[in-house]
Design a protein around this ligand. Sequence first.
Ligand SMILES: NC(=O)c1ccc[n+]([C@@H]2O[C@H](COP(=O)([O-])OP(=O)(O)OC[C@H]3O[C@@H](n4cnc5c(N)ncnc54)[C@H](O)[C@@H]3O)[C@@H](O)[C@H]2O)c1
Ligand SMILES: [Zn+2]
Length: 367
Amino acid sequence: MVKIIVKLKSKSYPILIESGLIYDPKAWPLYDSDRVMLVTNTSIASLYLNKLIKSFNLANINVDTIILPDGEQYKSLSILNRIFTLLIKKSYGRDAILIAFGGGVIGDLVGFAAASYQRGIRFIQVPTTLLAQVDAAIGGKTAVNHKLGKNMIGAFHQPISVIVDLNCLHTLSKRQFYSGLAEIIKYGIILDGDFFNWLENNLDLLLTLDLKALMYCVPYCCQLKSNIVTHDEYDQNSRVLLNLGHTYGHAIESYTNYLSWLHGEAISVGMMMAARTSYYLGYLKKEDMDRIQTLLLRAHLPIVGPKDMSPSDYLSYMIHDKKVISNDKKLRLVLPLSIGNADVFSNIENKVILSAIEDSNSDSVTI
Ligand SMILES: NC(=O)c1ccc[n+]([C@@H]2O[C@H](COP(=O)([O-])OP(=O)(O)OC[C@H]3O[C@@H](n4cnc5c(N)ncnc54)[C@H](O)[C@@H]3O)[C@@H](O)[C@H]2O)c1
Ligand SMILES: [Zn+2]
């Protein structure tokens, strides 16, 4: 088992990574509470819940469960209220622990339930998608969506532990797995050229869910994310680098109403657009842009956005993104400068941004 500590000023917590970990009661920090509520969704429950509850029972751990419908549209205030109602009906107090057992949707929702129930109770993240294992479950960002905007209501609330079971990836759809790979490739581009090289050399193994490759890659990404969170818990400076490709990607997700594009797919296109913008500005070398494109394509990720979405459509969504600097309304974009190095820019002319979008969508033939 690999253990990574997320070090924070107020408190630190472990990320435990291993295959089969969820069925090991020793991995769960539940012994000092007899009020434990596990929240999951119907899809994950049907795959894992019976066996999990059996293993808790064998260890004399009592757990209540809430099984929610599956989907981003349920990351909502009304579902949150459903969780609160049950907690109150069952007289859960401040010593209670919530378990978020699922992908980023469950993690964000349950995290926010824990942040706000009785002014904050403990929770454990048990991410079951690749995206949540390497990204969403770490760092304490919790939220639900509002009709008028994604993740608009939320809080920073750190889990007491993150339990990553690599076996869960075996039931994940290929498309969801590829989507998680986009965030992994992102870490290489913004932070670590050696890791990007490693991905170039080991992507085929990752795609077969090779355990040795996963046992290197997932903890490595957790460590990278953890380092960023340690330095910038409240997203005020360096954590913004994690938004590489996201301003463009959010535009695609909003334009398509969060229905047809997965998050990783949208940010894959966005990372290519950011790379091209940087190349046009003379920062990123052509060969580095091509390496990024090749790796994304090998990971079965798209590099071209929705057919009917024009460059000005992107721009109009992008300027409503919450990462826009508010005083002069200039877009704040993360751009890769080389493989392993990125920076934030807020002075890029719209015409450069627009032509990079246009050319990414029409001229993705650099390899
Ligand atoms: N808090 C953060 O820092 C952060 C970071 C990135 C993304 N997010 C949020 O995460 C969400 C996206 O998360 P996601 O990509 O994990 O999507 P998700 O939670 O919707 O999961 C994707 C699909 O996979 C299914 N699934 C999950 N685990 C499975 C498994 N082991 N086997 C089979 N099916 C499984 C789910 O039921 C769902 O249908 C978004 O709401 C996004 O805003 C949060
Ligand atoms: Zn993301």
